[in-house]
Design a protein around this ligand. Sequence first.
Ligand code: GLC
Length: 816
Amino acid sequence: MKTRLTCLFILAVISPPVDGQWIQRGALKKVTQQNRSEVLLECTRGSVLLSFLSPSMIRVRCQESPVFAPVPSFAVLPAVRKPPLLARQGDLSFESTCSATGIPGISVTINPRTGAISYSGGAAHPFLEEDPRTSAVRADGRASRVWMKLPGDEHYFGFGEKSGPLSKRGCAVTHWNTDAYYYGSGTDPLYQSIPFFLAIRGGRSYGLFLDAPERSSFDMGSQERDTFSFGAASSTLDYYVIHGPGPKEVICRFTELTGRMPLPPHWAIGYQQCRYSYFPESRVREIAREFRKRRIPCDALYLDIDYMDGFRCFTWDREKFPDPKKMIRDLNDMDFSIVVMIDPGIKAEKGYFVYDQGVEGDHFVKNPDGTLYKGRVWPGDCVFPDFHREATRRWWGTLYKGLLETGVRGVWNDMNEPSVFNGPGGTMPLDVVHRAWGKEMPHAYCHNTYGMQMVRATREGILALRPGERVFVLTRASYAGGQRFAAGWTGDNRSYYEHLEQSVPMVLNWGVSGQPFCGPDVGGFTGSPTPELLTRWIQMGSLLPLFRNHTSKNTRDQEPWVHGKPYEDINRRFIELRYEMLPFLYSLFREAAETGVPVARLPLLEFPGWEPALKPYHANQFMVGSDLLVSPVVRIGETTWPVCLPEGKWFDFWTGLKRDSDGKRFKVDAPLETMPVFVRAGAVIPMQAVVQHTGEKPEGALILRVYPGKEKRVFPFYEDDGISYAYRKGEYRITGLSATLEKKASVFRVEYVRGKLGPRRGACVVKVFDIDRKPGRVTLNSRELEGWKYDTHQKCVEVAVTSLESGMTIRVQIGE
Ligand code: GLC
């Protein structure tokens, strides 16, 4: 019954309009420019308000009435904007212009007969056009939809956390946060909802964000070849059209609108080890000891639900963990950070302090008749905090006091779709009452934002209790803009190659959707990976943003050593790689925090016109920043692997050897000990000596791998204390590094040094690659150097320096 209702609902939302069922907005009757940035379209049976928010962004609202009330949003930040000037060109065309520069931005044109809007941005043809059906509201007012033309060569990415193919052209997706235990590559929806996509066509790009917290859906050509459509279970639609023209610009603007990931603490980007569940205390200590004894680097250990007393949040099972404070202190002394699970389901039991406080403060969601809503989760019958309510969020935040005093550093919020074992569709009934913005709102409206508001409460609470330290929260459910509060993981995947293979497209599409800090359960959650599968997953995970190994109950142990040699050694080598790459990765995390451009990138973000990237067999190639292209082996038993690099000069990361790419696919050797990684010419990759955790000072020198190229790109190498907010007051260092090919020399240059920490001092080895034979001369700031080395295998020159001052230049002469 439940499933039938859901199916009927989805069909109703995505079927094309049928007379009597859908009310189309119809032909244009009147156009009014309301002020310098808003245009109202009144059509025969509906209205549209176009708000030009910036030269590159238009907010579009569709509803029946021409009177548009302000609507609050969970996703969109209340930014102070300078709306552009609108120039009216005739009756039916408007162009936005940047008021400061006078440069034209998006323009819209309206077809008077159909009322269809088309959006243009500097190119000859519109980048987005409504289909003549335009928009419609369902007769019962319970759904609205917009139809757009689907160009034959356009591809769509994003949509948040979605499995399935990388490009969603031809797919239909739904946004309804769902506990999708044991999901597969075709399962939809999953845990999070980000109704945003990035369109790329012939190298040009735009984005569309449907700000609908209700259930929403996108059909990107699965039903009709020439049309795509999107809609929500609501009588109004509120969406944003964001013009690039580059894809990175679109992501940057989308995250300007919905917010960006705050810079995480350094430890959270190290390797993390989890399982459901490590207990008792002696087992946790044993795991910690094994990491250190085997010299496998690790920063974080997780405690899953079994640390609690009968799954009561904010309590400890004193039999399993008699002295948690001492245990955590000892683990901290071994340089592990402890992350604990907290779920939203609060055991409905008088005498349990969280329940009692919550009842007293009126903090739980209710049935329409005013009684407490109860649903079954791990502890049995539970009540659920009303996270949309500010007072409840504040109360929830205070509950973390005890855990923080016990030494806990990070929090993992799970089951927050919310998942309810005995609820309809695995969640709360749609009429359960929440309170948002001082009003009573049904669960149908608050469902997709429940997890987001939970992690907001968690993050803000921890920050209030421990203001000097950065916060790490991991969440399973969220909504657009959720990156402001927590990192995400791809939920309960399985220990199959299919899941290894889908990890990358999931992370890439999620990154496009504004969430740069995410990753899969390495090794797979349900089931047990074969030794080879675990190793391939650790390799891939080593260069994905969130690097966490996790497995379920009743599965075999999954720590990196469990399969013995040679697997343990290979696993260690790749976890070490993660730590060697930290200076590079941390700089990319800072870039993501500043611009929204993700750490792990869809290659098309760097090469928007690169057609081969769209081939399904390249769906798991990913870029780390602008310069590394990783092609993880995702199939069983393979020892050679196809790679495709955009045309130009690349280098094999492992051998240092050059590869001039003609853009065609080629095979590389990829035995289990290796994973294909290539570096783009023009890159500088800062690396460090292996450490056992992020808090350890590397013993060896900083290594700058320099790969000169014709085109100059400057890598902003970022450093700070890794834990506090002092960076916000300028306590950081950004060293801008470049690697260029000049007439007869390969040149490494420190372009600038920014931040209060001043120039970097200490041992540093600059390795300049692509030097075919021993050079005649190497200079440092024009003075000839002695004591440099030439490596004939890697074809690189090594120069040791003791500081990185602005303007410092190393020139390796490569011609007469
Ligand atoms: C859910 C989570 C999983 C966790 C388990 C027990 O299935 O997705 O990661 O281990 O609950 O808390």
